[in-house]
Design a protein around this ligand. Structure first.
Ligand code: F6P
Length: 366
């Protein structure tokens, strides 16, 4: 008697990030090898389920893609079955999912995509999630893949900016991505030897930042400042690049490095230059760490699918791969807190966060 093979869909949603192809490869090959599964690639995230665009993936499709950036499936960062051009089409998406005769769906995404996955799972979809984002801000996991590559790129940029800072005796400001979380700026700032790190979690006092830059200009004649796109001055506003339908709701942040440059120019006598790294942080080949991590998450997700453990997300907690419920991850985000160990290390190294409350915390550590 022929045993029925399982049919599993896979999609990547949200912004692209290094390691997506490694995760697609791991899920697909692992299920093909161990369960003779048929894999159905859904194109452009949830948009592919809305617009009914899928393509079967075979073993060859998943070969030779480990080191490639982007996603072979395509992605979309805002398509939602609950609001497609203003209409809730979740029932039609569910019908389509059922018509595909899928036993389950693997969703690789960040907070937005996994929140949609959670809502669809409540309607009856069998979903296993895999966390990705350069921002590292997903609740329930200590890490997301893509983050390591992003901080390597930012660290490399800081090394390069340092040479110009040193040669011209300038204050060099670098703006990172990260939306409302400061993980990229914090980690890359430490790795790149920043003098000042400004993150969304702690609003900055421009006088503190100016004092730190002035002091570094005095003793080393240049200064390196890392600022996350979501950082803002105490009592000030977010720097928004684009709003939803031209309204007040920010959909895209960016430009804060130039805002800081103008603020600092009022306070210190130094040449200041601002650089915004932007999408460079999301592009290109994943680091070895992200390749391994995305492979581990993908093969763990495959084992959850094979064991019909749906409604789960594969996560890293205390150095161990495990799973948590989609509910735990959905509609939340994880930000840097003042209990964070890297933050404590940075403070003890004298890195300025521009926030008087954190300086007080440093004194209390002494
Ligand atoms: O979430 C990843 C991220 O790169 C953020 O750091 C950034 O704010 C955002 O995506 C930019 O997204 P988009 O692709 O919509 O411009």
């Amino acid at each position: 008697m022929q045993t029925k093979t399982i049919r599993i869909g896979i999609l990547t949603g949200g912004g692209d990030c290094p390691g997506l192809n490694a995760a697609i490869r791991a899920v697909s090959k692992s299920l093909m090898i161990n369960c003779s599964a048929e894999i159905i690639g859904i194109q452009d995230g949830f948009l592919g389920l809305i617009e009914r665009r899928v393509k079967p993936l075979n073993y060859e499709d998943c070969s030779g893609i480990l080191s490639q950036g982007g996603t072979i499936l395509g992605t979309h960062n805002s398509a939602s079955p609950f609001n497609y051009k203003g209409v809730d089409v979740s029932d039609k998406v569910l019908d389509y999912y059922q018509s595909l005769e899928l036993d389950g769906l693997v969703v690789i995404g960040g907070d937005g995509t996994l929140s949609i996955a959670y809502e669809m799972s409540k309607l009856g979809m069998n979903i296993v999630g895999i966390p990705k984002t350069i921002d590292n801000d997903l609740m329930g996991t200590d890490r997301t893949f893509g983050f390591d590559t992003a901080i390597s790129i930012v660290t490399d940029a800081l090394d390069r900016l340092r040479t110009t800072g040193q040669s011209h005796k300038r204050v060099m400001i670098l703006e990172t991505m990260g939306r409302y979380a400061g993980w990229i700026a914090l980690h890359a700032g430490i790795a790149g030897g920043a003098d000042v790190i400004l993150i969304p979690e702690f609003d900055y006092d421009i006088d503190e930042v100016a004092k730190a830059c002035q002091s570094r200009m005095g003793d080393q004649h240049y200064s390196i400042v890392v600022i996350a796109e979501g950082a803002k001055p105490i009592g000030g506003q977010l720097t928004v690049r684009e709003t939803k339908d031209g309204g007040g709701d920010p959909i895209r942040l960016g430009g804060v490095a130039n805002v800081l440059k103008l603020q600092l120019e009022q306070k210190i006598e130094a040449e200041i230059r601002a650089t915004t790294l932007g999408y460079i942080q999301r592009g290109g080949s994943p680091t070895a760490f992200d390749r391994i991590f995305a492979t581990s998450l993908g093969s763990y997700a495959a084992s959850l699918v094979a064991n019909k453990q749906f409604g789960k997300v594969v996560v890293l907690q205390d150095g161990q791969l495990c799973s948590t419920s989609l509910k735990e991850v959905a509609h939340k985000s994880r930000i840097v807190t003042n209990e964070d160990s890297e933050l404590a290390s940075a403070l003890s190294m004298g890195i300025c966060f521009g926030n008087p409350d954190l300086s007080t915390k440093l004194h209390s550590l002494k």
